[in-house]
Each structure stands twice: as C-alpha cells, then as structure tokens.
Design a protein around this ligand. Sequence first.
Ligand code: NAD
Ligand code: WQD
Length: 348
Amino acid sequence: MQNTAESRAVLLTGGAGYIGSHIAVELAASGRPAVIVDNLCNSSEEALRGIAEITGVEPVFYRTDARDKDAMREIVKKHNITEAIHLAGLKSVAESVSNPLEYYKVNLGTTLTLLEVLSECGGTGKVIFSSSATVYGVPDHIPVDEDAFAGTCFNPYGRTKYFNEQIIADVVAASEGRLSAVLLRYFNPIGAHPSGLIGEVPTGVPNNLMPYITQVAAGKREKLYVYGNDYETRDGTGVRDYIHVVDLARGHVKALEWLERHGEGKVEIFNLGTGRGSSVLEIVHTFERVNNIKIPYEFAPRRPGDIAEYYADPSKAERELGWRAELSLEDMCRDAWNAEKTLQSRAK
Ligand code: NAD
Ligand code: WQD
C-alpha cells in the first residue's frame, strides 16, 4: 500500500463526540485524516462543522452504527484502514445502572464489530481503545499506575470498559501478530479546543462536574451541588485528576506512533492523566478566578459510588509514548467556559 494521505487515514469511531472531535483535530495536525463513524446518538453534525473550521478540511464522515458489520467492512475497505481509534459507545454511569443491557449491547457490540472487520481484512490492524480510570475501582494505591489492580468496577459502564480491554487482549493474542492495541485509561477529561468551536455538549442535566459548572456560569442552572464535603481530603471534597481534552487527544496521536514503532502482537496499557489531583472546590475557585464569574454552590450528600480521591501516575506514558499533559487547570477552566459561550451562541 502506498504511503499516501488516504492510505494513512485513521478510522475514528465516535469521532463526532466530545473527545473524538478533539482527536480528529489532532490527527489532522499530525497529517492523518480521520474517517469518522458516528451514529450521532450523543452528538451532532455541529461537531463536524467545528472540526472543518479548525482544520480547514471537511472531515470524512459516515453516519453509521459502529455495530453495523457490513457498513463498517465497506468503510474499512474503501479507505484502506489499518488503524482505528475506537471511542463509539455510551458513557453515562447512571444510565448504565438503569439500562445495563443497552450498555453491554452497544459498548461491547461496537468493539466486537471493529475487531471482526479488522481481523477479516487479513492485513495488520492497530487499535487504540478509550478505556477509563474507572476500571481501577477503589485503587489499591495512589498515584494509580497501570499495575494497580483493575476490574473492580462499581457499575455496568465501568464493567464494559474492563470487558472490552479483556476482549481486545484476547483477540490480539489470537491474531498471530497481525493485530496490536493500546488501551488508554483516561482520567477526567475537561476543557475544550481553545477556539471554542468544539466542546462538551451534554444532553439534559450534566452528570459530570465541569459541564455542570459551565451551565451554572451560563445561568442555565441555579447552583452547583457539591457532592460531599466530609471526605478525607484536604478540603473535604472529592479529588480527581482533571486533564485538558486537547492534551488527551494528543496522547492518542502519540499512542498511534508508538503502535507504528512497536508493531504487531502487542497490547499495552497507558494512563492518560496529569499526575495532579484537584478537589471540587479547587476547580470551582479556579473557574471563578480565571473567568471572573461567581459559581454559587451548596454542599449536598455524597454521590453513591463516588470515592474520595484518585489521580494518575502518568510516568509510563511519558517514558514510552513521549507524551505528557502540558495544559494547566487554568487553561481547562478558561477553555471550557469559552466553548460553552461559543457553542451556545452558534446554536441560536
Ligand atoms: P461522547 O458521548 O461525547 O462520544 C461518544 C460518541 O460515540 C458520540 O458521538 C456518540 O454519538 C457515538 N456513539 C455511541 N454509540 C454509537 C454507535 N453504536 N455507533 C456509532 N457511534 C456511536 O463521549 P466522550 O466523552 O467523547 O467519550 C468518548 C469515549 O471515551 C467513550 O468510549 C467514553 O466511554 C470514553 N471515556 C470518556 C470519559 C469522559 O469523562 N468523557 C472518560 C473515560 C473514558
Ligand atoms: C468529579 C467530582 C463528584 C458533579 C465520571 C465517571 C468515570 C469517567 C469520568 C468515563 C466528584 C463531584 C460532580 C456535580 C459534584 N467517565 N461532582 N457535583 O465521577 O470522577 O468520573 O466521569 O469513563 O467513569 O464515573 O467525574 O465529573 O462526575 O465528578 O460535586 O454536579 O465532582 O462527586 O468528586 P467522576 P465527575
């Protein structure tokens, strides 16, 4: 196969979503066009317009369920795909508890189809999978490195991530060196592209902290409920490792380059985090300071399933991928608010 731009196209499932749209932009910056497959069940074509405006190039897009094997086979063949970044799936922890079957069907189904199609093609295949720090459950040590015990997830969503990791490892092991994979365990991605043209656009009441804060700032919600102020942390509120989504997206490009260097038959796990923990109140106060906006908040009971504190040991990614998070908490808060305003005004 010739090393033309088209032959280097990367299949990006879930590429119209929050993280996927940022990956599409970073792929373009690295000279690899994305072929986006998304059924838009939790996103819209607005993200594709944003990607086009930022990169100057209309992304190749298929509105397709990533479980549709015939459609996926056709796309893979048409674009000579040998590399895939796989994000398509459902991500609400609460919904996964009330509708576990749907979560298992979609989150496992998309992965099974992708692996089947890449296996059938006969050549080599490289997969990067969006996993989550949620697979560590209550981590047995902090900072959490990749050797910490995984698999004690608290909810069906987390279990789909863990099962997907196992499925990918088994299929790669049986592929006689033809397939290889990187499993990226994301910590807490927040923020947005500095242009504000793509970002996180939750439907309904946001489950996660930063989109809730930006909606309070925008006047869409009256105040933030801080879940728990009696944890054993420095100020009593939960501590997480927040990572700028642009840094996270760049980690995927580095992981792809690593796969290209290290080749066939491997499965490797990398944490993508900053190595720094921030409390809920630290996030609120940084957001207020950077954007000069007051965020009214009230303490509320702990949220079931939450843990007090965890943050990454990202040193393996730094050592092996040559990647580290570079953007600050201030950047995350500024860019999240900029995207909320920009996307809101474009929606009018
Ligand atoms: P998102 O919902 O914004 O993006 C997921 C995309 O997948 C959406 O555009 C959705 O329309 C699409 N999709 C869902 N089911 C599909 C299907 N059957 N076929 C085709 N497309 C489908 O979520 P996100 O925050 O961008 O997360 C992307 C990935 O990263 C997910 O796999 C998520 O579980 C994982 N992840 C997210 C976080 C986080 O905090 N956002 C943390 C860890 C891991
Ligand atoms: C962060 C902190 C809350 C909302 C979840 C998933 C995880 C991963 C990322 C995908 C916690 C507090 C939150 C609010 C609050 N997703 N909080 N008021 O829980 O670390 O992780 O998203 O894999 O699987 O579980 O992120 O943003 O929901 O919460 O006080 O309205 O903010 O209690 O301490 P979490 P989060």
